[in-house]
Design a protein around this ligand. Sequence first.
Ligand code: SAM
Ligand code: SF4
Ligand code: SF4
Length: 371
Amino acid sequence: MTERIIPVTDLRKQLVLPTIPSPLIPATGLLADKLARPLRDLRISVTDRCNFRCVYCMPKEVFDKDYQYLPHNSLLSFEEITRITKIFIAHGVEKIRLTGGEPLLRKNIEKLIEMLASLTTLDGKPLDLTMTTNASLLAKKAQSLKDAGLKRVTVSLDSLDEATFQRMNDVDFPVSDVLNGIDVAHRVGLQSIKVNMVVKGGMNDQEIVPMARHFKGSPAILRFIEYMDVGASNGWKMDEVVPSAEVVRRISAVMPLVEVEPNYTGETAARWRYVDGGGEIGVISSVTQAFCGDCNRARLSTEGKLFTCLFATSGHDLRALMRGDYSDAQITAAIAHLWSKREDRYSELRTINTDGLSQAVRKVEMSYIGG
Ligand code: SAM
Ligand code: SF4
Ligand code: SF4
């Protein structure tokens, strides 16, 4: 029997004040970590709350009515998020993804989008500003998000079958509302909509082909994500992971696929296109084919801790620097120092030692640092 790990200490309360190196390290846009990986992508969790209880992310037994969410004054303010984003841009970040928890639950999120949309990358281009959402509020908010400057959106949807989807979101949320959200997002002009399906073996893997068929030829690109051992509360087991190779095999058996070149270095999804011209799918093989070698992503938790890996066990408290009397130059140097020491490659190590790692280390929840 596999043991279930429940966190004993609350990792959110760890106090780690980042080092400010002396002399200060300026931003050059050329920052590289120990494995020569640049910093290009920042995922910002804007809330740790969610109106879903997806079984693989915020299971009801842990995230129940007594669960202590962060108090409002712990959350980074929009001004703080914008300030820190500018510093990350100076280090070379070009892509910002707002996530959570459910980002559309954050009050006045449009205001934050407006503030971020006005920023440009080091070479003067607009930021690639996107959001991952469960789409429960998307139909209502798509227009205002677009007007505020959001470029793209990724929607999570794990099944088209009502009973399966409701078993996965665990709050009886209907499929039709998510599909409507996707339609409205498309209609208001949010570009290149992606749909993410986490595949959990024995739960929704029978939905792989129906989902592929539904989105084939539609404007949305469907991406299959291997169920990951993130956090400490989802009771992850390797035998519930459906390898991407199996996903491709099952779809290709009925709708033939060929592999396509990646769009850019560091793209997490491998691309496959339908031979008959019906568009493409993506597969994200976080478990069976780790892509740490190109990982240029940092994550900022809801309360401003920097995580240099999705599977990190502790974060670096940038909020403490922002709320202390530290200058932008000092915070810039602190981030440079942290990134230059980074050598995370959890998924690669997990591949080497499949069972051991997941059970041995205690990781933070995905709803806290964002997916
Ligand atoms: N609430 C939003 C949503 O669901 O789109 C944004 C936050 S959610 C944490 C971001 C992404 O992480 C979602 O696509 C979700 O399916 C994925 N995710 C959460 N837990 C996961 C797990 N254990 N394995 C793989 N993906 C997971
Ligand atoms: Fe909420 Fe997204 Fe996690 Fe589901 S995956 S519980 S929608 S944060
Ligand atoms: Fe990046 Fe960590 Fe995921 Fe590897 S395990 S791809 S280093 S976030």
